[in-house]
Design a protein around this ligand. Structure first.
Ligand code: AMP
Length: 364
């Protein structure tokens, strides 16, 4: 099978690497000639909306998918006229707009923090009345890793918030004093079968994921079934094929939907060494119509993102159970350049190893 991946970042790279043992070849499309994926797999270089390049990609593949959600929907639709596109362009569309996403969550019975759409300064005033403060103003489109967001604590800063999001269509969302942040990553095959990974507990700083642990320690185990039911309901509704991630807040014992990604997700990188089937293999199995693999954890696992700077590989690899994954990217402040996955026999050993890894990972 030949899979086309729109986007050639680290997710495309790890999909391509996971494809090799299965005999699945990934060809990526990315504007950068030396993208992380292009270093390990065939690639087409060009903008995501270049129909000629998209046609070149379509000619070389049996099925298309994506590794980031801001692929133009028109490009996905164009590809769909030539090859199956999985997940379908409708799933991409729903995840590109925070308002559509929130409505979708509500439709499947997943609660969300109180929110209101904001289109201009007067509607921001009305939204503050409706939602209350503190709240987070987020652009509806094209925000990621905390970009395009402003935490609004005082009404006098409403104008600053509006400017901070670029005076663009946004939503105001109640600030949640959450107990934990978790994500559910699940997959649905062409035949409608599903598989869900254990809930993952995530730690963010400055809007960027830093550390994930799975199966989520300290999280009420009854939330697993509920999170899975929500993920499955979203996938059913979208006739979804592939891996889907939903980020959730745990607050007062309840789950609140934050956002979803129609793709493999940073919070499930631990599955590479920590689960029966990695999320990357799982996604390829799903989109190529192969049977899904087991999604159970092999034991406690963790993941540390390498952000802005690279560690000394030997320092990381000296830690038992630690595995290094570099993305072939030039370090820049705030940029994800790799990650470390850590596995252990029990949670105590995992925490000790995680401490040792964190001690040798530079922060930038
Ligand atoms: P997002 O891009 O929506 O995933 O936001 C990035 C991070 O900002 C989240 O993972 C949270 O840590 C934080 N955040 C986003 N929305 C809220 C909220 N409504 N209440 C509290 N923290 C939030």
């Amino acid at each position: 099978m030949r899979v086309g991946v729109v986007g050639g970042g680290q997710l495309g790279r790890m999909l391509a690497l996971a494809g090799h043992p299965l005999g699945v070849t990934c060809t990526t499309l990315d504007p950068a000639v030396a993208s992380p994926a292009a270093q390990v797999a065939p690639a087409v270089a060009g903008p995501y909306d270049d129909l000629e390049r998209l046609a070149t990609l379509a000619d070389a593949i049996d099925v298309a998918t994506y590794e980031f959600e801001n692929v133009p929907v028109a490009s996905a639709r164009f590809l769909a006229t030539r090859v199956p596109v999985r997940p379908a362009p409708e799933a991409l569309e729903a995840s590109q707009d925070r308002l559509a996403e929130k409505r979708l969550f509500e439709q499947v019975g997943l609660s969300v923090p109180p929110y209101a759409p904001v289109d201009d300064p007067p509607s921001l005033g009305a939204a503050i009345e409706a939602v209350g403060l503190p709240a987070v103003l987020k652009t509806r489109r094209l925000g990621y890793d905390g970009k395009g967001q402003f935490v609004l604590r005082d009404v006098v800063r409403a104008e600053d918030a509006w400017r901070a999001v670029g005076e663009r269509a946004s939503i105001l969302e109640r600030f949640v004093d959450f107990d934990q942040e978790v994500s559910i990553v699940a997959a649905r095959g062409v035949d409608g079968t599903t598989a869900s990974y254990p809930l993952t507990r995530n730690e963010h700083a400055e809007g960027i994921l830093r550390v994930s642990r799975a199966p989520a320690p300290g999280v009420d185990p009854s939330l697993q079934a509920r999170a899975e039911a929500h993920a499955h309901a979203v996938m059913e509704r979208l006739a979804y094929v592939g891996v889907l991630a939903i980020e959730l807040f745990v607050a007062g014992g309840e789950l609140l939907g934050n956002e979803m990604a129609p793709r493999v997700h940073n919070s499930a990188h631990w599955t590479i060494e920590g689960a029966v089937t990695s999320q990357f293999e799982q996604h390829l199995r799903a989109v190529t119509g192969l049977p899904l693999g087991g999604a159970a954890a092999r034991g406690p696992a963790a993941m540390v993102n390498l952000i802005g700077a690279l560690p000394e590989p030997a320092d990381v690899l000296a830690v038992e159970g630690a595995h290094l994954h570099l993305y072939g990217k030039e370090p820049r402040p705030g940029r994800k350049v790799g990650h470390v996955t850590i596995v252990a026999e029990d949670e105590g050993a995992l925490e000790a190893r995680l401490e040792r890894v964190r001690a040798v990972v530079p922060t930038a």
